[in-house]
Design a protein around this ligand. Sequence first.
Ligand SMILES: NC(=O)c1ccc[n+]([C@@H]2O[C@H](COP(=O)([O-])OP(=O)(O)OC[C@H]3O[C@@H](n4cnc5c(N)ncnc54)[C@H](OP(=O)(O)O)[C@@H]3O)[C@@H](O)[C@H]2O)c1
Length: 341
Amino acid sequence: MPEQRLLLLGFGNVGQWLARLLLRHGAALAREHGIAFRITGIATGRHGVVCNPAGIDAGAALQLAAAGAQLGALPGVQSLADPAALLAAGAGDVLFENSPQNAHSGQPALDYIRTALQNGMHVITANKGPLVHGYAALKALAAAHKRRFLFESTVMDGTPIFSMARECLPLSRVTALRGVLNSTTNVILSQMEQGATFAAGVQYAQQLGVAEADPSADVDGWDAAVKVAAIATVLMDQPITPAQMTVQGIRAVTPQQAQAARAAGTPLKLLCTAAMVDGRVQAAVQPTPISFADPLAHLTGTSSGVTLTFDTMKEIYVAGMNHGPEQTAFGLLADFVNALR
Ligand SMILES: NC(=O)c1ccc[n+]([C@@H]2O[C@H](COP(=O)([O-])OP(=O)(O)OC[C@H]3O[C@@H](n4cnc5c(N)ncnc54)[C@H](OP(=O)(O)O)[C@@H]3O)[C@@H](O)[C@H]2O)c1
């Protein structure tokens, strides 16, 4: 197999973890899967876009990123105007798209992915925006160009749900899901069960690095809703957007309610549901008391889990315990191996 030329679009938490994993597993990729690679381009928002067809030193790029420096300081690289110029340079076989999510339109990542597929690249992403806003078209484009569009890390931080369904359960269709899919609200609710106020819970989640400076998308339920949309679109074959769901966040939950729910053996979780009703998908995200008889009630911290109901296999429960950006990046690496199979 020829050496794969990799473009890393987005070099933040996830992109940098991917670079570390490529360094760590490079020898095993060659030995166990016959995959050789070099990183030929890295694109960021404010820290430069660089290209070197001969290969970029990933260790040096990580050091510069840790120092907050411009990637243009890397030896031998050419600086380019923007990510579009990198995609046009023809220096890549695989695009890893890990720029920030735009929940409203999927842009500009949607255009980056479209261009890469049109240019004959495989595309692997952790970005939910393009998946929710462009799945059917991107899947068709990938098929037309005999390339793969893979996205295991978009939901549940790399825990395999899309590849499990695709590889292990042929002829199966998901008919319903119940999940706890947002870490920030899980951490905040756990804190409130111990008496913390909502604001203190948010602050704690921010200190852990789980919540963003503006936690609205998480606490108001929209991050979870985008994840439900991703699962429904791909596994239920039912394209749906968050705007078409019932979405209620956790702002109105009081510490007293959280404590009482746990004491009653039914802790509050931001529950995600979707099911087929009269031939259409109905989906919701709402704070809900869950009995300890349900495995979802036991998820704490940054763990996430989902029970998928299949028309063939009844219910399958999948959970990822205390995952973070390293596991998200591992999902990208697994997609890379699967794309080249
Ligand atoms: N963190 C996780 O565990 C996790 C889990 C699942 C999915 N995801 C998804 O993975 C993606 C990356 O997350 P992250 O945590 O790595 O984010 P992050 O740390 O904020 O990094 C984002 C990267 O994208 C770059 N960027 C910003 N705007 C850009 C643009 N218009 N074009 C190209 N690059 C741009 C940033 O560059 P500058 O720093 O120079 O601005 C930075 O390198 C997101 O879509 C996120 O939703 C993340």
